[in-house]
Design a protein around this ligand. Structure first.
Ligand code: ACO
Length: 428
């Protein structure tokens, strides 16, 4: 392949370098486009064809259903590693040795207390507040309590902020849930593993001990690993672009949490369950909803189907479907919602509309089912996604900082009015 791409505008030719990534992905480097052409830009709404950065964290091949963190396949990581090891891998680039993992775990646990005053902020939210809004606010508020997090030039302070947020974020998640349920806000137990601690903090009743169910611990561990990173998706790009102004880690993460909230991104797992509930309430007729999803005059979409980059299958969905079966069998759950889910998946996988457009169940189609079986309220599903995505956001933010990337500032093609004369209010 040639190492240059040629662009011709008005008979003038411009050459741009072609870059090849370690997995043979090809990119035209257009950094010099504007200056060379006197102001021409590229237009790519939704960034479907635009690489925003060079990154060594996650490799994704949507055509072939491949997802790898730092070169390790998601299938192998989900089977053999735990969430904390994966977090370390994503953030620091290598699987930790035993000593490195012990230190990382110890450093995180040394920060597992959240300033009690944060409870006052939480208290000010109505119980009906959506947990994603609450979580985004509390994460942002951490900056006020730990002001060194705004120092993004010191690697030591960056490390402190990283272990701090990994420790405190599960506490904020648990508090958000407990407030909704009217339960006392508690702290974790440093004797437990990261994932066991999350479950205990979320579900422990004040009047009884919390007993860990290894199947649930394993399923949650897998879910968090599968969600841990997904290269330059909407929320991750938001974290990187917020951080590119040299904003601190916690506020950059708060921006990512807000971006994740929407139903076309992390909010899809909540939307899936709400859709299944609505179909059930409407008599459980999956065919009717399949028809609605295919009708171009109907805005309804089959939530949990389709993906911007996976145009074959979502490798995470395969792994999580197996975990969902295990959890449902173990808990002996017989749920009409799940029958509707299975029915929809079967019909969609056999329907030419979905086959032609390569629309398959994505990870969120199944994750919501597991969360429901675990007793996690629907509104908390996207929060669980955020919990998993945390190490990915951190890794991407850290990479962006260490590469000293320029501030993210896209251009636009202006299509508004040209210069016009101001009219006083009487003349409008
Ligand atoms: N139901 C019905 N039709 C769909 C669906 C769906 N879920 N998804 C895509 N289509 C159709 C579109 O109408 C379009 O049809 P057309 O070519 O006839 O116009 C075609 O498939 C391509 O769809 P796009 O919207 O162009 O695909 P895009 O890559 O932009 O969108 C997205 C991907 C946003 C995920 C989309 O599939 C969707 O809205 N899915 C439902 C929401 C969802 O599950 N989101 C979770 C994503 S996973 C995550 O964030 C972790």
């Amino acid at each position: 392949m040639s190492d240059k791409a040629t662009l011709e505008i008005n008979g003038e030719k411009y050459e741009f370098p072609i870059l090849v990534g370690s997995e043979k992905e090809v990119a035209i480097d257009i950094k010099s486009l504007r200056s060379a052409t006197g102001g021409v830009i590229t237009l790519d709404p939704g960034y479907k064809n635009t690489g925003s950065c060079e990154s060594a964290i996650t490799f994704l091949d949507g055509e072939n259903g491949v997802l790898r963190y730092r070169g390790y396949s998601i299938e192998e990581l989900a089977e053999k590693a735990d969430f904390l090891e994966v977090a370390y891998l994503l953030i620091f680039g290598e699987l930790p040795t035993k000593e490195q993992l012990d230190k990382f775990d110890k450093d995180i646990k040394s920060h597992s207390v959240v300033d009690d005053d944060i409870k006052k902020i939480l208290d000010a939210f109505p119980k009906s507040a959506h947990p994603m809004g609450v979580l985004s606010s509390l994460t942002s508020a951490l900056t006020a309590f730990y002001p060194t997090s705004v120092d993004v030039t010191s690697e030591e302070q960056m490390y402190n902020s990283i272990v701090r947020i990994l420790a405190k974020f599960p506490v904020l998640v648990a508090w958000t849930l407990r407030k909704k349920h009217g339960l006392p806000l508690d702290y974790g137990d440093n004797k437990l593993s990261y994932v066991e601690n999350i479950l205990k903090m979320m579900f422990k009743s004040p009047s009884s001990d919390y007993e860990q169910n290894p199947i649930l611990v394993n399923a949650l561990d897998k879910l968090l690993i599968l969600h841990a990173d997904h290269e330059q998706n909407c929320s991750t790009s938001t974290v990187r672009i917020a951080g590119s102004s040299h904003a601190g880690l916690f506020v950059s993460l708060a921006s990512g949490i807000s971006a994740l909230w929407g139903p076309l991104h992390g909010g899809a797992n909540q939307a899936v369950l709400e859709m299944l509930e609505a179909i059930k309430a409407d008599g459980g007729d999956t065919k009717k909803y399949m028809a609605k999803a295919k009708d171009k005059n109907d805005p309804f979409r089959l939530m949990g189907f389709g993906h911007r980059v996976y145009k074959n299958f979502d490798p995470r969905a395969k792994i999580i479907k197996a975990a969902a079966d295990e959890v449902l069998n173990d808990l002996g759950i017989d749920d009409p919602i799940l029958d509707i889910a299975k029915g929809l998946a079967k019909e969609a996988l056999e329907d030419p509309y979905f086959i032609d457009r390569k629309l398959y169940p994505n990870v969120d189609f199944y994750s919501g089912i597991i969360y429901r079986a675990m007793g996690i309220p629907v509104e908390m599903f996207t929060v669980m996604f955020a919990l998993g995505r945390l190490p990915g956001w951190i890794a991407q933010w850290r990479e962006m900082r260490l590469r000293n990337e320029p501030i993210g500032r896209p251009r636009q093609l202006y299509i508004g009015e040209t210069l016009r004369e101001f009219k006083t209010i009487e003349k409008r």
